[in-house]
Write a protein that binds this ligand. Structure first.
Ligand code: MRU
Length: 355
C-alpha cells in the first residue's frame, strides 16, 4: 500500500496511478508537460493541490533537460507550457494560481540584468520543487487549525464524529491532506471517535481512495453511500462536516466535488456545522461568486459504467458535472493554513494579497 501520490527524486517524476487504486499500487513516469497534462486530464492524479504540483513538476522535468538560447526563449516556453497545463482541468484553481505566480517570476527573472540564463533556470526550478514541502507544511497547519476549531463545538474532552466527502488526503496533495488532514489531526489528538466517508459517485474517490487512506492509517471509519447523508445526520449525531475545495470564490461560495452542495443543505437542516478545508492557493479572489466558476463536465461513461460493465440503460441521456458550488451561506468556516475564516471575512483578509 502506498500513500505517496507524487514521487519526485533526482529530477524524475512519478505519480501513483489513482485509477488503479485500491487494487494496485503502480507508479507512472511523467517525462514532461505532455505526460503531465494527460495524467491530470485522465484523473490518474487528481485533487486540486496535487494537480498543481504535478503540473508544475512536469514542467520542471522538461525544462531541466532542455537547452535554451536565451532568457527570452526560456520565459516564452514557461508561459506557453503553463497555460497549456491550466487547460487540463478547468475547475480547480490551484494550477491556475501556480501558473500565474510562476509566469510573474519568469518575467521578473527575464528582466533582471543581474540574473543569467543558468541562474534563471535554477531559481525557477527551485521555486517549483519547494511546492512539495510547502504543501505538506500547509496541510499540517490546516489540520491543526481545523481540529482546534471543531473541538470548540464539543464540551470537555468529548470525542467527535466527522463526515467527509470525496478524497482530500495524501492522495490529493503532496501529503497529509486538507479535510482529511483535519481528520488525521483529530485522530492524532485522540479526539476522533469516528469518521464517515461518502462513496462519492460517479468516480468513487471516497470508496476507493479515502477509504484506502483511512484503512491504511487505522482511523475508525465507515463508508456510506452518497444517498445516506441525511439519514446519517439524523441517526449518528455528526459533530461536523469537513470537505475540501477546488475553488473558493471571493464571497466564500465554494466549488467542490459533485454532491458537496446537497451535503451542506442536509447539514443546515440538521444543525451540523459545515466546514471547507483548503489552502490559500484554492481561494480565487478574482472570481466574485460561485456563479462565475467554470464547472468541468466529465464523460457519460463514468455514470453509465462500472469498470467495463454497463449499469445504465442504453440510450439514456446523462448529465455529469464533476463539481457543484456550495453557497457561502451554508459554510460555517473556511479552514486554511492561516486560520479559520467565515466566508464573509475573505474579502477583508485577502483582497490586497491576491488581486
Ligand atoms: O475530481 P477530483 O477527484 O479532482 O475532485 C477532488 C475534490 O473535489 C477535492 O475535494 C478537492 O480537489 C480538494 S483536494 C485536497
Amino acid at each position: 500500500m502506498s500513500l505517496r501520490a507524487i514521487k519526485y527524486e533526482n529530477n524524475t517524476l512519478e505519480i501513483l496511478d489513482q485509477l488503479l487504486l485500491p487494487a494496485q499500487s503502480k507508479y507512472i513516469l511523467v517525462k514532461g508537460v505532455e505526460d503531465g497534462w494527460k495524467v491530470i486530464n485522465k484523473m490518474q492524479v487528481r485533487g486540486a493541490p496535487a494537480i498543481a504540483i504535478v503540473g508544475c513538476l512536469s514542467l520542471a522535468v522538461e525544462i531541466k533537460g532542455e537547452k535554451f538560447e536565451s532568457k527570452k526563449q526560456l520565459r516564452q516556453e514557461i508561459e506557453g507550457k503553463l497555460n497549456y497545463l491550466v487547460s487540463s482541468r478547468p475547475t480547480a484553481v490551484n494550477m491556475k494560481i501556480a501558473a500565474e505566480d510562476l509566469i510573474t517570476l519568469a518575467n521578473q527573472l527575464a528582466e533582471d540584468a543581474n540574473v543569467n540564463l543558468e541562474d534563471m533556470k535554477i531559481k525557477f526550478l527551485t521555486t517549483i520543487e519547494d511546492m512539495l514541502e510547502k504543501d505538506i507544511a500547509d496541510n499540517r497547519a490546516i489540520g491543526e487549525n481545523g481540529a482546534k476549531e471543531i473541538l470548540t463545538r464539543v464540551s470537555g474532552d468529548s470525542l467527535v464524529r466527522i463526515l467527509t466527502h470525496c478524497n482530500t488526503g495524501s492522495l490529493a496533495t503532496a501529503g497529509y491532506g486538507t479535510a482529511l488532514g483535519v481528520i488525521r489531526s483529530l485522530h492524532e489528538m485522540k479526539r476522533l471517535e469516528h469518521v464517515y466517508c461518502t462513496e462519492t459517485r460517479p468516480y468513487n474517490q471516497g470508496a476507493r481512495l479515502t477509504a484506502y487512506e483511512l484503512v491504511h492509517d487505522k482511523i475508525p471509519a465507515t463508508l456510506i453511500l452518497d444517498s445516506m447523508v441525511a439519514a446519517l445526520m439524523k441517526h449518528r449525531n455528526i459533530t461536523a462536516v469537513v470537505v475540501g475545495a477546488d475553488r473558493v470564490a471571493a464571497n466564500g461560495d465554494t466549488a467542490n466535488k459533485i454532491g458537496t452542495y446537497q451535503i451542506a443543505v442536509a447539514a443546515k437542516h440538521h444543525g451540523v456545522p459545515f466546514y471547507v478545508a483548503a489552502p490559500l492557493t484554492s481561494i480565487d479572489m478574482k472570481v466574485i461568486s460561485g456563479d462565475h466558476i467554470v464547472i468541468e463536465k466529465r464523460p457519460d461513461r463514468e455514470m453509465t459504467h462500472v469498470g467495463e460493465h454497463r449499469i445504465a440503460a442504453k440510450g439514456i441521456a446523462c448529465w455529469n458535472p464533476a463539481f457543484d458550488v456550495t453557497p457561502a451561506s451554508l459554510i460555517a468556516g473556511i479552514i486554511t493554513e492561516h486560520g479559520v475564516f467565515r466566508p464573509e471575512q475573505l474579502k477583508e483578509e485577502f483582497t490586497d494579497a491576491s488581486t
